[in-house]
Design a protein around this ligand. Structure first.
Ligand code: URA
Length: 433
């Protein structure tokens, strides 16, 4: 078929075959299809959608456009996790070690943050000297030796996704559920794990704004996984408010370590235990209750913390034995934000807090921006807690007093205070499998 015919099939709402989609995507990756033709096709998909068969074929074509990580040496014991992105989302740093401490092989390739959402690789790089750029051989050796690695992408996984995502970004075609589902799943499946737990965030700080939308995306990704021979389960979790008490890089790593010591905030601890339990349940094929028991024991015994330490040291990061935590830089300026009224902390607006942290230097507006790992925000109060006039609501870590003052003015506007106890939102809403 000529390129215009592929476009016409989707424009008219018809179905392409698996073979046609493979040819179309591979030809584009090789540079044989012009960007304007692919952009027209993406817009047709955006407007007319794709069938489940087409979405699975698109994912498969994006996977076969590049390399895949071969984790077959670990059998079915491999579990990966992917979050659709949120504010204060440091779960990978906690549930990776939790699952690995239960005998699961965790080879996690993570990304960097963009806009108001953080990225696991940026967080890990807050640890002095820690290396996130590993070769495939180094990655496999570390999984073999200690059971866990969290690093940047090794090899050329799903190159078609990289090209398509860049084009979608500038042609208003990002927000299409089949395109998002295929994009996420192509990278996860190419990353090699047999079991995949998806954390689909919903709410004002997330990509998906409604639970229905999040469930539709989750269902598509689960269906793609089962079509392509993987076990995939998705959880719909809340992102109206930041997860835990910290937003930034070093502050989030510190909170992850506290959580692994059993001293983390309840919302963060609960979400990590639920997701890690699922990773263990899927990989070991044991009942959920038994997986939950193994995960809580890995946390309580300190084995998960020890694995986190081993991972940091294997990746050349510095561990401070005295503090029993990783060595990280602290910001030059620390400022408290005090409450101006008495009341209960109500909504802590995730999108606003994420944006304030990004403007402090914890995130990037453009991909090429440098970030400062030491800056960020620590919430002294979470939703439902009482606060009195003059009590600290948050602590800001900044590069300058001016940055801190600007952030303080915005933080006061981003935290609602009520005269009555607010209704607390669930940490997670649904499981899709
Ligand atoms: N994240 C991805 O990896 N791809 C998308 O299309 C959207 C979010």
């Amino acid at each position: 078929m000529r390129p215009s015919e592929y476009i016409a099939v989707k424009r008219d709402g018809h179905e392409l075959t698996r073979e046609q989609i493979t040819t179309w995507i591979h030809s584009y990756t090789k540079g044989e299809i012009a960007d304007y033709q692919m952009a027209a096709w993406l817009m047709a998909v955006y407007l007319k959608g794709m069938t489940a068969k087409e979405t699975s074929a698109l994912t498969d074509a994006m996977i076969s456009s590049g390399e895949s990580l071969d984790l077959s040496a670990f059998g079915h014991l491999t579990s990966d996790k992917h979050s659709t992105g949120g504010v204060g989302d440091k779960t990978s740093l906690i549930l990776g070690p939790l699952a690995a401490a239960c005998g699961i092989k965790v080879a996690k390739m993570s990304g960097r943050g963009l806009s108001h959402t953080g990225g696991t690789i940026d967080k890990l790089e807050a640890i002095e000297h820690l290396k996130t750029g590993l070769t495939t051989t180094e990655l496999l050796k570390q999984v073999e030796d200690i059971g866990i690695v969290i690093c940047g992408q090794t090899g050329d996984l799903a190159p078609a996704d990289k090209l398509l995502y860049a084009l979608r970004d500038v042609t208003a075609t990002v927000d299409s559920l089949p395109l998002i589902a295929a994009s996420i799943m192509s990278k996860k499946i190419a990353a090699g794990a047999h079991n995949i737990v998806l954390d689909v965030k919903v709410g004002e700080g997330a990509f998906m704004k409604t639970i229905d939308e999040a469930i539709s995306l989750a269902s598509m990704m689960v269906a793609i996984g089962s079509d392509l021979g993987r076990n995939v389960v998705a959880y719909i979790t809340d992102m109206n408010e930041p997860l835990g008490r910290t937003i930034g890089n070093a502050v989030e790593v510190q909170e992850a370590v506290e959580t692994l010591k059993g001293q983390g905030p309840k919302d963060l601890t609960d979400v990590c235990i639920v997701l890690a339990t699922e990773m263990v349940h899927l990989a070991k094929q044991i009942p959920v209750e038994q997986a939950h028991q193994e995960v809580t024991e890995a946390l309580a015994s300190g084995r998960a913390l020890h694995l986190f330490q081993q991972m940091v040291q294997a990746q050349e990061g510095i561990w401070d034995e005295q503090r029993n935590g990783p060595k990280m830089q602290s910001a030059p300026v620390e400022m408290q934000v005090l409450s101006r009224v008495d009341g209960y902390v109500d909504t802590i607006h995730a999108l606003q807090l994420g944006t304030i942290a990004m403007e402090l230097g914890a995130g990037r507006v453009r991909k090429e921006d440098a970030i400062d790992p030491s800056v960020g925000i620590v919430l002294q109060k979470q939703k439902g807690e009482l606060c009195k006039i003059g009590e600290p609501l948050a602590t800001i870590f900044a590069r300058s007093k001016e940055d801190a003052k600007r952030a303080a003015q915005e933080i006061v506007k981003a935290i609602d205070i009520s005269t009555s106890m607010p209704k607390l939102l669930p940490h997670y809403y649904a499981k899709v499998s």
